[in-house]
Design a protein around this ligand. Structure first.
Ligand SMILES: *[C@@H]1O[C@H](CO)[C@@H](O)[C@H](O)[C@H]1NC(C)=O
Ligand SMILES: *[C@@H]1O[C@H](CO)[C@@H](O)[C@H](O)[C@H]1NC(C)=O
Ligand SMILES: *[C@@H]1O[C@H](CO)[C@@H](O)[C@H](O)[C@H]1NC(C)=O
Ligand SMILES: *[C@@H]1O[C@H](CO)[C@@H](O)[C@H](O)[C@H]1NC(C)=O
Ligand SMILES: *[C@@H]1O[C@H](CO)[C@@H](O)[C@H](O)[C@H]1NC(C)=O
Ligand SMILES: *[C@@H]1O[C@H](CO)[C@@H](O)[C@H](O)[C@H]1NC(C)=O
Length: 486
């Protein structure tokens, strides 16, 4: 039997043995898994353990017993197989040095073959018998102490301690002699204890290699990838397990030269409902890194040739505002070629995200077979974005804060910039933003992850951080997706 443990529990002791060393690195995305979230994970792990630990074959047990009058009896148990393990109750919590999972009740069903033989001076021939037996083990207790560390950007899970204890055993024989029960109880118990401990050790090694094999980068779009390298060791508090990943977005397979801004995660900032499973915090630099990838890849430009009011895209509409345009190209259709001229600035503040986007707006006139750029106007749009999550979709709204314009170049002479700015500003507020907001209000579905989705999620903005508090639930049945997490 492995290390002894107190007999009050079947215990998975997940000890995150974190030396209290000051952290040197900080992640741009942190995930805080609450005890409720750990409870959910524990449920998945136990279900997985119940099915993956069995069938578990135990080594043959042989015993020679001296029985008065009869003499020496040879007894053998073979084909001992744990057919089923069932955990009836368990709890999880974070302790001073780790996560503690108490499984306070588990049963196991075993099947086996037994035989015995003896010869005695009383009878000249040897006596033997054999049969099958089923064994029920109750009060199976297991203790695991695990350490979870960050090694070269991956989580490293290792076993510190493992113990297993059988409390009660009841043997049913198909035929045979009842004295077998007394003879083998202890041996079967210790054999079960050893086998379960060994199997759990293997399972931890497998789980560790699964963690090692997790990619350090996950694609978010066809050109951008999120750096999911773990930084710093997982941190354990009374009520949660905190994980930090680098979290910056870079062009796929390109190392980003990120300046590590000073970041200070507001620990006091917590979810309104404390009983959410997970709290994910995204630093505003995640958004910055994402937008700069798109800027560098010149993906931030749009050709606008359709608007809700199509007459806006004809020189006739502009004849009083830009008369020379109408004079040179009467009743010509127009395009707007909009491109982001330098990397947008993004700032996360209380309950809103502020973005300042410098744009170049080129007015193209569509001539018979030609697209003629006539004017380029530089603008800076300042807007605030708010977001909320409802029913697994992110919805948002944009509000214009400020809008400035200046003429960059013109092939049609000077323009009345003040007049144009007034009209553009009005158009933005009354036509373009309501149109964008209508689209945003419909929301974007958050994709399910390996069969699990967010539930009752809340999104909050605080100084430099976007915080998502959520529960996690299986999309359909848990069973069909259990394979996915392994
Ligand atoms: C395990 O044993 C118990 C008690 O003998 C029995 O009720 C249960 O059906 C068994 N389970 C399996 C899967 O054999
Ligand atoms: C024991 O079970 C096996 C199948 O598991 C069966 O073939 C065999 O006949 C059984 N033996 C006795 C003595 O019941
Ligand atoms: C994980 O940690 C254990 C114990 O410290 C060590 O033996 C193992 O080599 C580590 N694995 C990796 C991939 O670093
Ligand atoms: C062991 O199990 C038997 C049968 O299930 C039960 O009668 C007995 O009280 C149990 N003993 C202990 C110590 O739990
Ligand atoms: C990902 O983040 C880690 C830790 O911050 C860093 O060392 C690594 O260079 C980053 N990888 C890329 C591709 O940016
Ligand atoms: C749009 O304008 C940018 C400059 O602002 C220019 O580089 C690009 O070629 C233009 N695109 C089209 C399709 O005219």
């Amino acid at each position: 039997m492995a290390s002894p443990i107190p007999p009050f529990l079947l215990l998975f002791l997940l000890t995150i043995w974190r030396g209290r060393v000051e952290s040197h690195e900080e992640g741009f995305i942190t995930a805080e898994i609450s005890n409720k979230g750990l409870d959910f994970l524990k449920g998945l792990l136990i279900e997985k353990a119940e099915s993956s630990l069995v069938p578990l074959e135990l080594p043959k047990i042989e015993k020679s017993v001296k029985i008065p009058v009869i003499g020496s009896v040879q007894m053998v148990l073979s084909d001992i197989i744990i057919e089923k393990i069932h955990v009836t109750s368990s709890t999880v919590r974070t302790g001073d040095s780790g996560i503690v999972i108490d499984v306070s009740g588990a049963t196991a069903n075993l099947s086996m073959k037994w035989k015995y033989s003896y010869s005695t001076w009383l009878i000249p021939i040897s006596v033997s018998d054999k049969g099958n037996a089923t064994v029920q083990v109750e009060g199976l207790e297991v203790g695991l102490a695990l350490s979870l560390k960050t090694v070269e950007g991956s989580l490293n899970l290792s076993l510190l301690e493992c113990g297993c204890n059988v409390n009660n055993i009841s043997i049913k024989l198909d035929g045979g002699a009842s004295w077998l029960i007394d003879a083998f109880e202890g041996k079967i118990s210790s054999s079960v204890e050893n086998a379960v401990s060994r199997k759990l050790k293997d399972a931890v090694v497998k789980l560790d290699s699964l963690l090692q094999s997790l990619p350090k980068e996950v694609p978010v779009t066809n050109i951008a990838a999120l750096n999911v390298t773990f930084v710093d060791d997982p941190e354990l508090t009374e009520s949660s397990l905190d994980l930090e990943i680098d979290g910056l977005i870079s062009a796929k397979h390109e190392v980003i030269l990120s300046n590590h801004y000073h970041r200070l995660l507001q620990n006091s900032f917590s979810c309104k409902e404390a009983d959410k499973m997970v709290k994910i915090s995204l630093h505003e630099d995640v958004l910055k890194s994402g937008s700069s990838v798109y800027f560098e890849a010149s993906k931030m430009h749009w050709m606008v040739d359709k608007v809700p009011d199509q007459s806006l895209l004809n020189t006739a509409w502009w004849r009083f505002i830009i008369p020379q345009l109408y004079k040179m190209y009467p009743n010509h259709d127009m395009n707007l070629n909009i491109s982001v001229s330098s990397s947008p600035t993004i700032k996360v503040e209380k309950q809103q995200i502020k973005a300042k986007i410098p744009l170049d707006l080129v007015i193209d006139v569509l001539d018979v077979e030609e697209v003629i750029p006539v004017v380029c106007i530089s603008t800076v749009v300042s807007a605030s974005v708010s977001a909320e999550i409802s029913q697994n979709a992110v919805a948002g709204g944009v509000k214009l804060i400020d809008f400035t314009m200046s003429l960059k170049w013109s092939n049609i002479g000077d323009l009345h910039m003040r007049l144009i700015q007034t009209i553009m500003s009005t158009t933005l507020r009354t036509v373009i933003l309501p149109y964008i907001n209508l689209k945003l209000s419909k929301g974007f579905q958050i994709p399910a992850f390996h069969g699990y989705e967010l539930q009752d999620a809340q999104i909050l903005c605080a100084d430099s951080w976007i915080v998502i508090c959520s529960n996690v639930a299986p999309v359909e049945t848990v069973q069909s997706h259990l394979a996915a997490i392994y």
